[in-house]
Design a protein around this ligand. Structure first.
Ligand SMILES: [Zn+2]
Length: 269
């Protein structure tokens, strides 16, 4: 459910939502939150700074082709990034299945190639925090059946059937999409408001105290996309206060995984 090839390292809420579709145990939410909280790869990969949403209206494509509304992602490895190569890939792999896209997201990354399908599947079958639905559901009108589903369904023996005629099925899909799209649009709007709130809270930093454990992000070190963002844990030794007109605080911290390491002074921004 968390940390394997088809699930990826999704956040606790997403892991919980994914798990709820399959099984239940008492204190499930608490257990899953604790599990994800302790997952070292997850902590090290948290995104350092809230980034504003980039406008995604134009058709530009490199690797992830993402639908703006459903958040459905298609990942393709390209030999180069010439317009012809991109267009050919787009037509052969995407248009055949989904039709001509209205909006796509462009992103560069070289390290993904070996994991493209796994990354896309994990992403598309996880509930998206903005829409409240999985991209797979908003695209296909049903959830994907994954290895974990096969495993759990076997035990619970829940049968799955498609009702009535193709026309019945189409009518049901239309109805399902209408309510899902309305809800997704509302959720997306709500998520934007929450993101703004979280950003404002981040700007008003509540100072750490001596003894607190923190993760350190060093934006000056060049990093590959998939290497961790954060190093830690560090212990806060002292709070040195603010410097001049700058926002944020200075702290003296010590890296706990290397007992010999010297304390260092860092700036919280
Ligand atoms: Zn994890």
């Amino acid at each position: 459910l968390h940390g394997n090839a088809t699930s990826g390292h999704m956040a606790a809420e997403k892991t919980l939502q994914r798990s709820h579709q399959l099984c239940y145990w008492p204190f499930m939410s608490r257990d899953i939150h604790a599990w994800c909280e302790k997952c070292h790869s997850c902590q090290a990969r948290r995104t350092p700074v809230p980034r504003p949403q980039a406008p995604m209206k134009s058709i530009v494509a490199d690797k992830p082709f993402q639908d703006y509304f459903t958040k459905y992602v298609n990942l393709f490895a390209l030999p180069d990034q010439r317009a012809m190569t991109v267009a050919k890939c787009l037509f052969e792999n995407y248009v055949q299945e989904h039709g001509v896209p209205e909006s796509l997201l462009l992103e560069h990354s070289g390290e993904w190639d070996d994991y493209l399908n796994q990354v896309a599947l994990a992403y598309n079958t996880s509930t998206h925090s903005s829409t409240g639905f999985t991209p797979f559901f908003l695209t296909h009108g049903r959830e994907a059946r994954l290895p974990a589903d096969v495993m759990f369904r076997c035990m619970s023996g829940v049968p799955r059937s498609t009702p009535g005629t193709p026309a019945d099925y189409a009518a049901m899909l239309v109805k399902k999409f209408q309510s899902a799209f309305t809800a997704a649009a509302l959720n997306t709007h709500q998520a934007r408001l929450q993101q703004k709130e979280a950003y404002d809270r981040h700007v008003n930093h509540h100072p750490y105290e001596k003894g607190d454990l923190v993760w350190l992000h060093d934006p000056t070190t060049t990093r590959m996309k998939l290497t961790p963002h954060w190093k830690g844990p560090f212990e806060i030794l002292d709070c040195l206060g603010a410097t001049g007109d700058e926002t944020g605080m200075n702290y003296r911290i010590r890296y706990l995984l290397e007992p010999e390491a010297k304390a260092q002074v860092v700036h919280y921004k």
